[in-house]
Design a binder for this molecule. Structure first.
Ligand code: GTR
Length: 417
């Protein structure tokens, strides 16, 4: 066969036609939306504490009443019954630049590796050093907004050398979006293990036998997140009032509690945070982690009082929608994963929904009045609150981060940038 034979011409024409077809825009109908499957558990009745009724039964109607009376009461209830109280022991902290590289990430960012050293006043106990890695975008016109990750996975995930990269902390992508990217390893603050109240920050600041309301490990990590924020507040390259705290799973529970305890966090991102995080405790499903199960597996995460509610969840004076409400009127973002039934996606969504009355006191609509979850992979950017259920498994992925950055762009007024 020669190139100009009739057969060869037919083959060429056929190939060209096929190529033309292949480059046509697809004309097939759009994929139908997928929704998280309804589950029967919603039929099981549970009654949530009313965010707008105080313990004494008084109805509140204004933001000032929330701020001055009900919010302090709810915060206290979470300290007393769930996460525990930070000891009053005085401490000193210092910030040291361990390493600085103004041309990190091929010149896109400045890297600062900070050592945040905590010592008890009087010099008692072993000091604790929290290592904070911080990349700041070099292309910026003023102080940069920041995302601070509570890393509950191995430190390879937050490698400041960037030899190892992980979607768990996509620092390059964050920098490209204009966000400073900070991260610390939770184990620097306190080890993730049972009976560890003599170690880490517990060992340094606890005095005597821990009381039933003494801080658990989640509260210690949240406290550590605030110490990192102390540093960020001093760095002129960071926009003080635009720092988001983000965590996944046990780190997501921690991020919520950090945002509740520390109003300097402007945005809280709780990824697949589940039981003891965004998921409603009173809501029960066959698949989800329950209070007795988490208390048995991770007794060190919460205070001792929390264990007394095993099997009597309805008697808790709070539920997790009130944890979300403690963040109001600041912004909150909750993510779930479709296959992560252990974390109870619907329970995570409903916490945000039921925090709405508090957002409304501040003139914010949160997710709106809708109780239907958005479709899978369709983020709902509300007014002060955001929810997203991603296709796939329990994880913090670049897709999650992208959705958090999209919401943060709205919250921080960066939409036109
Ligand atoms: C699970 C635990 C969850 C969640 C998760 C994680 O084993 O039951 O509450 O926190 O660990 O942190 O990855």
């Amino acid at each position: 066969m020669t190139a100009d034979s009739p057969f060869a011409r037919f083959v060429l024409v056929a190939c060209a036609a096929f190529a033309a077809l292949a480059t046509q825009p697809a004309t097939t109908a759009a994929e139908p939306k997928r929704f998280f499957r309804a589950d029967a558990s919603d039929a099981a009745p549970y009654t949530l504490p009313d965010p707008l009724v105080s313990q004494a039964g008084r109805k509140l109607t204004t933001a000032a009443e929330w701020n001055n009376t009900r919010r302090p009461e709810v915060l206290e209830l979470f300290r007393a019954h769930v996460y525990g109280r930070v000891p009053a022991t005085a401490y000193r902290q210092s910030f040291t630049v361990v390493h600085e590289d103004p041309r990190a990430m091929n010149g896109a960012a400045t890297l600062k590796q900070m050592a945040i050293k905590i010592e008890a006043d009087g010099g008692n106990g072993k000091p604790v050093t929290i290592n904070l890695s911080l990349f700041i975008p070099n292309a910026r016109s003023g102080p940069a907004p920041a995302f601070q990750l509570i890393c509950n996975r191995s430190i390879e995930n937050i490698d400041p050398t960037r030899e190892r990269k992980s979607e768990f902390w996509p620092a390059e992508e964050g920098i490209a979006r204009g966000y400073a990217m900070a991260a610390f390893f939770n184990g620097d603050v306190a080890p993730d293990k049972k009976d560890s109240h003599h170690e880490g920050i517990h060992g340094l600041l606890n005095r005597g036998t821990p009381a039933p309301d003494a801080w658990g490990t989640l509260a210690a990590w949240a406290w550590g997140a605030s110490r990192c924020l102390d540093y960020l507040q001093t760095d002129p390259a960071i926009a003080k009032d635009q720092v988001a705290v983000i965590g996944h799973s046990r780190g997501g529970k921690t991020a919520l509690w950090a945002g509740a305890e520390d109003p300097r966090f402007a945005l809280v991102c709780a990824n697949d945070s589940g039981c003891g995080g965004a998921a409603l405790t009173r809501r029960k499903t066959k698949e989800k982690e329950t209070l007795p199960v988490i208390n048995r597996a991770f007794p060190h995460w919460f205070n001792a009082n929390f264990k007394t509610y095993n099997g009597r969840e309805a008697e808790l004076p709070i539920d997790q929608h009130l944890l979300v409400a403690l963040i109001a009127p600041r912004a909150v973002a909750v993510h779930s994963a479709e296959q992560d039934l252990w974390a109870d996606p619907r329970g995570e969504f409903l916490s945000v929904v039921h925090a709405r009355p508090v957002y409304q006191l501040f003139g914010k609509h949160a997710l709106g009045a809708v109780r239907d979850m958005p479709a899978i992979d369709e983020p709902r950017h509300g007014d002060g609150a955001h929810y997203y259920i991603r296709d796939g498994k329990h994880n913090l992925t670049l897709i999650d981060w992208t959705s958090y950055w999209d919401f943060a762009d709205r919250v921080f007024g960066r939409m036109s940038k």
